[in-house]
Design a binder for this molecule. Sequence first.
Ligand SMILES: CC(C)(COP(=O)(O)OP(=O)(O)OC[C@H]1O[C@@H](n2cnc3c(N)ncnc32)[C@H](O)[C@@H]1OP(=O)(O)O)[C@@H](O)C(=O)NCCC(=O)NCCS
Length: 171
Amino acid sequence: MAAVATRLASLSGFDPALDALRLEAAASGFLFLDRLVSEWRSGTNRFEQPGEVLVGAYVNDVLAGVGGLNCDPYEPNASIGRVRHLYVAASFRRQGIGSDLLEAIIGHASNFYQAVRLRTDTKTAGEFYLRHGFSAVDHIWATHVKQMKAGRAPSIQAAVGHNLARPSLSS
Ligand SMILES: CC(C)(COP(=O)(O)OP(=O)(O)OC[C@H]1O[C@@H](n2cnc3c(N)ncnc32)[C@H](O)[C@@H]1OP(=O)(O)O)[C@@H](O)C(=O)NCCC(=O)NCCS
């Protein structure tokens, strides 16, 4: 549980505060929130397919972080979920907010998917996901994978498929 009082909420409508988070993220080189906002606005991805969710973390009603779960668009197997766009504002980091967001996403995923995976290219995030029980994998569409406890989980190899060269895409 986060060291600060944090309220998690499923974002079913667009929270304008996402724009402030997006600008902060972009200024430090994380462009995936630009994608989140533009895909939300265009309707391409509003995290509204079965099993999907977009979660916001609020501290004193300030949006401190966000993270999403999609049915993995890079995998035809609908039993694999993908953690997307996890971001905690710099001033709120190392207080457990990212962990609360990720645990909420994992808990939700366990009702729908046999495994979740993601792609990150930062050491910090890599450490963070390992801390949460993900395994590092070398795959075209994923750097980390976690099997769900409840499901009829496939092996990690089945979840990540063939070991192919990795393109330079972010999560
Ligand atoms: C990765 C991120 C979401 C973590 O959020 P957070 O709220 O700071 O994470 P937590 O406070 O819950 O950290 C949990 C654990 O993860 C690990 N961790 C988190 N940040 C770390 C860092 N900078 N270096 C090493 N380990 C780290 C630690 O084990 C930490 O536990 P501890 O604080 O008791 O040592 C946040 O740093 C972030 O938004 N980074 C920029 C965007 C990004 O990389 N997103 C991931 C895209 S896939």
